[in-house]
Design a protein around this ligand. Structure first.
Ligand code: AMP
Length: 249
């Protein structure tokens, strides 16, 4: 079984992002970038499926500028077998990424395509769903458990009321939730090994995809600053303030 995993290069989750002074976006120059945390979980799950003997090959895909090669090398250090960079300097929106991934799905014919449930930079939570629609494949989003048996995959999903388990036929699209697994640390020997793995670079034009943005960001602004807290004397004073000042109870 071949697996395709999408990995996005995003601002590291430890970085406190700052809005650019002209309000056009978030400052990313000289900021630490890393693999989107949900995508690390996706790669880890793929590697575990390979270790169980379910998967035979794992292909990591990243779309973006040349620096995404670092993200692909990290995926390969975790255990992906090869990488594909769809290289472009154009700003990529979820629909464009979904179209690029669809073109690669047509070419590579993977049995499972695993993505993160959302990228922590745009928080869109759209790419997996759009890919499933474009490729006409079943989808299981927000996976917290994945079990493959033959050509069926059983996915437990975290929903508002608890857990839902659904069964899909492969090929299928899965998006990962936080509790699916805990990604392993990449070791130095595996980082060295990853340097020798195959990494192909293609352009969106090679895949016949027009990646021009369809949405325009009008303005990005900082959240309002929080005022300082106060200490109240007792519960009665707290209840009074919540009722009469904050008016929340
Ligand atoms: P989003 O819909 O932007 O929240 O992203 C959801 C998931 O789609 C991410 O966790 C990635 O697995 C995948 N994805 C989004 N953008 C890219 C990209 N530029 N390159 C590779 N994968 C991506």
């Amino acid at each position: 079984m071949k697996l395709l995993v999408a990995v996005k290069r995003v601002v590291d989750y430890n970085v406190k992002v700052r809005v650019k002074s002209d309000g056009t976006g978030v400052a990313i120059a000289d900021v630490k970038m890393s693999m989107n945390p949900f995508d690390e979980i996706a790669v880890e799950e793929a590697v575990r499926l390979k270790e169980k003997g379910v998967a035979t090959e794992i292909i990591a895909v990243s779309c973006g500028d040349a620096k995404c090669q670092e993200t692909l090398r990290t995926a390969m250090a975790i255990g992906a077998d090869r990488g594909i960079l769809v290289e472009t300097t154009e700003e990529l929106q979820p629909l464009a990424v979904a179209k690029l991934l669809k073109a690669l799905v047509d070419k590579e014919q993977p049995s499972l395509i695993i993505l993160g449930k959302q990228a922590i930079d745009d928080d869109a939570n759209q790419t997996g769903q759009m890919l499933a629609a474009l490729a006409d494949l079943p989808q299981a989003t927000f996976a917290s458990k994945v079990e493959v048996a033959g050509d069926k995959v059983s996915v437990t999903r975290e929903v508002d009321g608890g857990l839902e388990t659904i069964s899909l036929s492969v090929p299928a699209v899965i998006t990962t939730d936080l509790r699916l697994n805990e990604p392993r640390y990449v070791t130095l020997p595996n980082i060295m090994k990853a340097k020798k793995k195959q990494l192909d670079v293609v352009k969106p034009e090679d895949l016949g995809v027009d990646v021009k943005p369809r949405l325009k960001t009008l303005k990005v602004s900082e959240p309002p600053k929080r005022g300082a807290g106060i200490k109240v004397a007792d519960v009665a004073a707290l209840v009074d303030k919540l009722k009469n000042e904050a008016k929340v109870i």
